[in-house]
Design a protein around this ligand. Structure first.
Ligand code: GLU
Length: 489
């Protein structure tokens, strides 16, 4: 199947984030699902930044949204992409819409305070009681504009994911559409923008479902046929709690910074609430797009499984060529935070071990711990590894390994044979015998295959490290001055 040309269908979807914080993985999922619909149907994806909450918006969050779109492969230069539009730029038409609803008698001004409402109803939790409905108030500073909801009947929201949630109109209070200073509230601004941008499908987070009957009434009151709706399931952590930025790692950027590949992230996010079928999960984006159906999105909550995401990432890393893997590692290898100084890094040395690391790391950020021993003058000794590996017998073994390594052909197979033979002489199997060597040379008990690593490190540096480890072992075995009991004068 070839994809329909962009703009060949009237389908128009949108992603409408508010720039109030780091870009959330839930937002990324919303963006991708909408993007998938636009791409599949030859429709248009509108990016609209809902920047009307001036107290919470920061320009850097807008930049975060734009760079997140790039990372997700939602590119501005794609013919299916439109925008970004900014909600604040539509303030004029949003106010006009509010004014029109007032003029047509579909909205009314209200000067009730919250205290007055509670005093009248005796209920702290109450919705608005309609007190000002027929008072005929004109606009004055401080008066809110309320939408007159129908008293009877019901509002049916046709939702592609949730069937037809039905809301009795009697339960819908006359809600505010413009504040006392005349500025339109989110509910209205969001609808006016969707109408202005000819949106045909509003697919967004489930938390907006309770707003939907009110928004649908606004669409109708403004003389437009409401769009199709689709409310995506909430995303939860392993305790089935809604993912929250206070509790969970939710920023897309944080996942990318630790070395989740963008393609792996996109693939994983596409499966949050939807499955491509045939028990297949890892698929190219074009194929996910081809199979995507909004109607197949699950309405129950979707578990954000970091372990599964990491496993996906491992698979995506394995699917890269070694050259692409090495290139993808570059930001970590060349980062100021890398454990070595920039001039200690040697690309040729890295390229020599890249095939070994390629089959092992699940996150690109793990690369530095795997290769730091190659670039540092001395390895960073992990004390826990040291204590486990440097048991009784380690010093004797290392002494003999050192002697044997001094003149063996410097090549992985021969190095392995040497350590095997010395180990046997000490009554140790290879697995046990290589542990002290590994810790002496790399600083850790776990890492890249040892003998290939030694081959790359070279004889001289290997022997210096074994000597340093032996010196430490000898020193630990000799009581220091402080530990010698003081003799009586
Ligand atoms: N700006 C809203 C949000 O970030 C989205 C509203 C919508 O998609 O309709 O939650």
């Amino acid at each position: 199947m070839t994809s329909p040309a962009p703009g060949s269908s009237s389908t128009r979807v949108r992603f409408a984030p508010s720039p109030t914080g780091m870009f959330h993985v839930g937002g990324a999922r919303s963006a991708l699902f909408n993007w998938a619909v636009a791409k599949q149907q030859g429709g248009t994806f509108v990016l609209r930044i809902e920047d009307t909450d001036a107290s919470r918006n920061q320009p850097e969050w807008v930049d975060g949204i734009l760079s997140a779109m790039e990372a997700l492969g939602i590119r501005k230069d794609d013919p299916a992409f439109e925008g970004p539009y900014y909600q604040s730029e539509n303030a004029g038409i949003q106010k006009d819409a509010a004014q029109r609803l007032f003029t047509e008698g579909k909205a009314y001004y209200c000067d009730c305070t919250r205290d007055a409402l509670i005093a009248r109803t005796g209920n702290q939790q109450t919705g608005y009681d309609g007190f000002c409905r027929d008072r005929g108030l004109e606009y004055a500073e401080g008066r809110a504009l309320r939408f007159r909801t129908p008293d009877e009947g019901e509002t049916q929201v046709v939702d592609l994911i949730r069937g037809t949630p039905t809301f009795p109109n009697a339960n819908l209070e006359d809600f505010v559409i413009a504040r006392g200073n005349g500025s339109p509230v989110f509910l209205l601004a969001n609808v006016v923008d969707d109408i202005d941008e000819n949106i045909t499908l509003v697919m967004r987070a489930e938390e907006h479902l309770p707003n939907t009957p009110k928004q649908q009434l606004l669409w109708e009151a403004l003389g437009h046929t409401p769009p199709q709706w689709a409310h995506m399931p909430v995303i939860v952590n392993e305790k089935r709690q809604k993912l929250s930025k206070r509790r969970d790692k939710v920023a897309l950027e944080d996942y990318l910074a630790e070395g989740i590949l963008p393609d792996a992230m996109v693939n994983y996010l596409m499966l949050l609430g939807w499955a491509p079928g045939n028990d297949e999960e890892i698929l190219p984006f074009d194929e996910l797009v081809r199979r995507f159906r909004v109607e197949d999105i699950n309405s129950s909550s979707a578990f954000f499984d970091v372990k599964k995401l990491t496993a996906f990432n491992g698979e995506y890393i394995r699917a890269l060529s070694v050259e692409d893997f090495a290139a993808a590692c570059a930001p970590w290898l060349r980062a100021p935070a890398a454990p070595w100084a920039p001039d200690q890094f040697d690309q040729k040395v890295f390229d020599a071990v890249a095939p070994l690391a390629h089959s092992r790391v699940a996150l690109l950020s793990e690369i530095t711990n795997n290769v730091d021993f190659l670039f540092l003058d001395a390895p960073i000794i992990d004390e826990d590894s040291w204590n486990k590996a440097m048991k009784t017998g380690a010093a004797g073994l290392l002494t003999d390994v050192r002697a044997a390594l001094a003149d063996v052909a410097w090549e992985a197979e021969a190095l392995k044979d040497t350590v095997t033979t010395v180990g046997e002489a000490h009554g140790m199997k290879l697995g046990k015998a290589q542990a002290p060597v590994r810790v002496a040379v790399t600083g850790r008990r776990i890492g890249l295959p040892l003998f290939e690593s030694l081959e790359v490190l070279g004889r001289e540096r290997t022997l210096v490290r074994i000597d340093a480890a032996l010196a430490r072992l000898v020193q630990a075995a000799t009581p220091s001055d402080a530990e010698v009991p003081a003799t009586a004068e």
